[in-house]
Write a protein that binds this ligand. Structure first.
Ligand code: ACO
Ligand code: LMR
Length: 609
């Protein structure tokens, strides 16, 4: 076992997907001025991948491996494993790490490991001459070199405790929380920590307080040693024996916590599994007295721990044993944007605006109406269209009109261009979205896409006071087919029931229908030329929608104009016809219809030669 466990080039493999802990290690690396990240790889039994982390101002990728064996082979210089496995699997993964070539130190974070397992791990580590820190530890830190996971808290605390560069004090305790406290005490009363280890609070740790004290004894940069013991067990009595045997020559400041236990009527169990005195020898007071007698520097209480640290340090400086470490200004770790934004320290112009819905609130809202209200008030799909398309709570007749239009336009058989394309695409074996889109792409000025044109043109004609004759003549002069007029198969003699149903609904529910009346007058003229130049379903939906806006007090004249000019009415046909197109696609798939090829007799090959 080497005395130095960590250097400025130490790299670790993290067992478990612990993104926060990894980022904290990398931020520590940055404030220490490390050139290489201290995390080489992550073991994530779920998948092999790469993960992005900040490294100072930049970003790096750290690979994730399913297996430690593969990661260790890939990164042979990584000699530390920080094991975040739960207590259920920590034994198996820790033993795997100990038996992995190249791994010298294994840190076990899990609490609750069975004592028998913990003892087996400790024995294995001894046999392999490897170091185990834990179980039930936050780990430790080598100032200016390497930080284990979440040790030492925030980066601000780390810099405030001068942990970004090495000092002269070696520290070891059982408790991670008290370790952080003592790093701060050491920083305030000496030139700082050289290394600090928390061995964990279990009864059978992988390494003991004495193991680390003896390591510090053999590291020349460590000039004084500080430690915190704990009520329960006889660990501190081994330190007494080592002191008596002259194995510890550097000043050792130590305090055994738990002296308050004597105020309780019976043996009290403190937080750590091992923190309970089973006999008088294991009490904190007895151990403090034994340490004091053996030559350790033991304060009268923890309150005086800092004074003793300070006094010891100053003595060593006076003797010239310690040349105080120079202060090193730590580079500021850029704050994560998300953190700063959340704290209101920065602001960022948004890239998108949404005024129609909000999913960030406790409950989804459509145009500020809670979804529960949308359902409770039975607003229906017409109401949802009103909220999300027009940002209005539509009256019932308007909602019903929209739903009628959707129902009537859902399908018009397999012969129309949209259905044809969808069918052919489905029969080509394409997925349902591709087949749908193939059908939707035929919607345009001649098929299904004339609703907006009809609404805009007929609205304009009515508002301009044109007569139907003038309107027809004007469109003819422009050589523009009147949008909403004409049909391939419907005519005066074969009327489109869908148009009849729409007209009936409007007559019953709209107070005024000037645009529809005008369109029907136009139809009278166009059908004189050809019987199929009827007001078709697109045209009827469009002109009736213009009248709907005139019948809705919810829309100002300006808003009504905006809706018509926006060109959103064709969307009604797209939304409706998607239902029918899906029907045809599913039909073809159900029928297992094969690839379609146009029969030769359907094609006129009129090539020039
Ligand atoms: N306005 C004025 N004249 C028209 C119109 C019209 N909308 N449609 C056709 N005509 C005229 C043509 O100019 C042509 O006249 P001509 O013989 O003097 O040249 C004659 O009627 C025949 O024209 P065709 O295009 O051959 O007629 P067809 O029956 O193939 O057209 C169609 C049907 C595509 C719907 C056509 O009427 C049209 O383009 N209408 C406007 C767009 C429209 O409303 N589409 C929606 C249809 S319904 C739906 O898809 C759900
Ligand atoms: C439809 O709704 O698809 C039809 O009006 C078009 C057509 O040609 O039948």
């Amino acid at each position: 076992m080497k005395n130095e466990l960590f250097t400025k080039d130490t790299t670790a493999i993290i067992y478990g997907n612990q993104q926060k802990a990894v980022q904290r290690m990398l931020d520590f690396d940055y404030v220490c001025g490390r050139k290489i990240p201290s995390v080489a790889a992550i073991i994530d039994p779920g998948k092999n991948s790469v993960q992005k982390f900040f490294f100072g101002k930049g970003e790096i990728l750290i690979p994730s491996f399913v297996s430690l064996e593969v990661a260790a082979k890939k990164f042979p210089k990584a000699d530390v494993v920080i094991n975040f496995s739960s207590f259920r699997s920590a034994f198996k993964s820790s033993m795997e790490a100990l038996n992995t070539k190249g791994i010298n130190t294994v840190v076990i974070i899990a609490e609750g490991m069975p004592e028998r397992r913990a003892r087996e791990i400790a024995a294995t580590a001894k046999k392999l001459d490897k170091m185990v820190i834990g179980p039930a530890t936050v780990g430790g830190i080598k100032a200016g070199c390497f930080k284990i996971a979440n040790t030492a808290g925030t980066i601000d605390n780390i810099v405030a405790s001068k942990l970004n560069r090495p000092g002269s004090v070696g520290f070891v305790s059982k408790s991670g929380g008290l370790s952080n406290e003592c790093y701060n005490i050491i920083a305030r009363n000496t030139d700082g920590l050289y290394e600090g280890i928390a061995i964990g609070g279990d009864a059978f740790p992988g390494s003991t307080l004495l193991d680390h004290i003896l390591r510090y004894e053999n590291i020349k940069e460590v000039k004084m040693i500080a430690s915190l013991g704990e009520i329960g067990g006889t660990e501190e009595l081994k330190i007494v024996e080592a002191l008596k045997a002259g194995k510890i020559k550097k000043p050792l400041i130590i305090w055994v916590t738990g002296t308050c236990a004597k105020m309780f009527p019976s043996g009290v169990q403190f937080g750590h599994a091992g923190a309970k005195a089973d006999n008088s020898l294991e009490t904190a007071s007895a151990k403090n007295e034994a340490l004091r007698k053996a030559g350790a520097l033991v304060p009268t209480s923890f309150d005086d721990y800092d004074k003793l640290v300070k006094k010891t340090y100053e003595t060593l400086v006076k003797k010239g044993v310690i040349k105080p470490a120079a202060e090193v200004k730590a580079p500021a770790v850029p704050e994560d944007f998300a953190t700063a934004l959340k704290a209101g320290k920065v602001r960022k112009a948004t890239s998108f605006i949404c005024t129609i819905s909000n999913d960030k609130k406790e409950e989804l809202e459509y145009n500020n109406i809670k979804i529960t209200k949308v359902i409770k008030d039975e607003m229906g799909i017409g109401g949802v269209i009103g909220l999300l398309w027009f940002k209005k709570q539509l009256p019932k007749f308007a909602r019903q009109y929209l739903e009628l239009a959707l129902m009537l336009c859902a399908d018009h058989g397999p012969a129309v261009s949209g259905a044809h394309n969808a069918i052919v695409t489905a029969r080509a074996g394409k997925d349902i979205i591709s087949a749908l889109v193939s059908g939707l792409l035929t919607i345009g000025p001649r098929f299904g896409g004339a609703i907006d044109g009809a609404a805009q043109n007929f609205k304009r004609a009515v508002e301009a006071g044109l007569t139907p004759e003038q309107f027809v003549k004007e469109m003819k002069a422009k050589n523009v087919p009147i949008p909403g007029i004409g049909h391939k198969v419907k005519s005066l003699t074969n009327p489109d029931m869908r148009v009849s149903l729409l007209k009936d609904f409007v007559r019953k529910n709209f107070k005024i229908t000037p645009t529809l009346d005008f369109a029907l007058a136009v139809e009278q003229l166009t059908t004189q030329k050809k019987a199929n130049l009827i007001l078709n379903v697109d045209g009827c939906i469009g002109v009736c929608f213009v009248d709907l806006l005139k019948n809705c007090k919810e829309f100002s004249a300006e808003e009504a104009n905006q809706v018509i000019e926006l060109g959103c009415l064709n969307a009604l046909f797209v939304l409706a016809r998607s239902i029918g197109l899906f029907g045809h696609i599913f039909d073809q798939k159900r029928l297992k219809q094969g690839l379609y090829r146009v029969p030769y007799e359907d094609i006129a090959y009129l090539s020039d030669n």
